[in-house]
Design a protein around this ligand. Structure first.
Ligand code: TYD
Ligand code: MG
Length: 451
């Protein structure tokens, strides 16, 4: 007889406790514990597992199978996967609802013209998926749709039809017959992922799992899911804008420095090979409050427009609004500007916007943020052929940033003629067509842009 035991599991990180806890001691999330009845199987099965014991193998005797990669016929997706989909690998694609996960995967399934793809959806009916396909105006004889949520049935179907790629949309909708818990709970997710991973590894079939994102921005439920899969990709972007970034945050078969950039159009996601060109708005005249920064995202360099508006505040505590840039960092830069360069912004509302709806984490954008604030504050414009790349320190110093040559090259390619960088980057700048302007601190920057 199977023995039953009640345990409480944190739906966020998988922490297990014998009693209900309000706050998880592991990941500090509140109200995340779920009661789970665990059935310990009779000892018969445990003796079975011990019979499957493996013995150690000398490393020199391990047979190496070259990792075979499947071309997805989408350069951006191939790039972020590290050169294509690896056979037998399990990829988790996370992102907020409505960002475009299902679109990207259906597009990939239709793009793999000569390979059989099984697209399993627990969220949408085949008719809904068909509608998406009509929108994309792409078709494939080899893309099979399956509306199913029982993981055992999915694996059985896959074993019968032997697809070259299995897509599961989404892991949160699946349930396993062996687990008594609701779909999306940590025990179900763990059990279903476990079964799918072992199917992928034994049959050398790659699987892409869609995973939802919680309101805090992490992959819903299970952090453990991220540990179980080979690759974790995150789909980012502002839903109100067209641009989307697929970022690799874990990759057992490639670098995590890669990003893929797309634009959501009325006929699906369009890969963007040269992002700087589309991200820079084509403006005829010089406007105040605008500056361009040479940032890096993973291995790619993007020239991005920063827009600031500084205006007198009618409130006792002025407004600070930032889109695409960390608000705390904006507050810090404003404090540095006021204290180290005497630019009085404490009684001003400051609005900051990174064009295109992108989120930028590269500290090299700091100087561009400061430059656009000064430009708006003084109502002067920054020449549209100038760009910036440096971090700003707490004492107002202009700090060097890595990959300076790469940033300069991209700026040159896009026709810029001046780049403002830290004086400490001087030694590593090779000969350039563009004119580098070396700065030591914020006051140097102000002097340059106000003259
Ligand atoms: P979807 O892939 O369903 O998002 P997710 O699976 O991440 O929840 O895409 C959602 C949005 O994309 C939806 O609001 C409609 C839009 N969209 C387009 O703009 N163009 C298209 O060609 C398609 C298929 C979707
Ligand atoms: Mg979807």
């Amino acid at each position: 007889m199977a023995k039953e035991k009640k345990v409480y599991i944190c739906n966020n990180c998988g922490y297990q406790s014998s009693s209900y806890l309000g706050k998880c001691p592991e990941c500090s999330s509140w109200g995340s514990f779920e009661e789970v009845v665990q059935t310990s199987l009779p000892s018969k099965s445990s003796s079975k597992t011990s019979a499957l014991k493996t013995s150690p193998i000398p490393i020199n005797k391990v047979e190496y199978r070259e990792t075979l990669r499947i071309d997805t016929f989408d350069n951006e997706f191939n790039r972020v996967l590290g050169g294509g989909l690896v056979e037998g690998s399990v990829v988790l694609l996370g992102g907020e609802p409505g960002i475009g996960k299902s679109t990207l995967l259906l597009q990939t399934a239709l793009g793999l013209r000569d390979s059989l793809v099984l697209y399993v959806s627990g969220e949408e009916s085949p008719e809904q998926i068909k509608l998406r396909q009509i929108r994309m105006n792409k078709s494939s004889e080899k893309c099979l749709l399956l509306s199913e949520t029982k993981v055992e049935n999915i694996i059985e179907t896959a074993q019968n039809i032997r697809p070259s790629l299995l897509i599961i949309d989404s892991i949160q909708t699946l349930t396993s017959l062996e687990v008594e818990s609701f779909a999306g709970s940590i025990t179900q997710i763990r059990a279903c992922a476990d079964k799918l991973i072992s199917y992928a590894k034994t049959n050398h079939v790659p699987i892409i799992l869609v995973g939802h994102i919680t309101k805090e921005g992490s992959l819903a439920g299970p952090k453990i899911l991220e540990h179980m899969v080979d690759t974790v990709l995150q789909f980012e972007g502002d839903k109100n804008y067209g641009y989307r970034i697929v970022r690799s945050i874990k990759n057992r078969f490639g670098s995590t420095d890669e990003i893929g950039i797309y634009e959501m159009t009325s006929f699906g996601l369009l890969p963007i090979e040269n992002p700087s060109k589309v991200l820079l708005t084509q403006r005829e005249e010089n406007l105040s409050g605008i500056s361009i920064s040479a940032t890096t995202e993973g291995r790619r360099t993007l020239l991005i427009e920063t827009q600031a508006l500084v205006s007198p505040s009618y409130y006792s505590s002025p407004q600070r609004v930032s889109n695409g840039f960390d608000i705390r960092r904006l507050n810090m830069l404003l404090a540095v500007l006021e204290k180290k360069a005497g630019v009085k912004v404490s009684n001003k509302d400051v609005f900051l916007n990174i064009a295109g709806g992108l989120k930028v984490n590269d500290p090299a954008i700091d100087i561009s943020v400061v430059a656009s604030i000064i430009s708006s504050h003084q109502d002067t414009y920054i020449d549209k052929k100038s760009c910036f790349a440096a971090e700003i320190g707490l004492s107002g110093e202009v700090r060097p940033v890595p990959y300076i040559d790469r940033r300069i090259k991209e700026a040159e390619n896009l026709g810029f003629n001046k780049i403002y960088i830290s004086k400490y980057n001087k030694d590593i700048v090779s000969s350039t067509k563009i004119k580098p302007i070396y700065l030591a601190n914020i006051s140097d920057l102000i002097e340059h842009i106000l003259n």
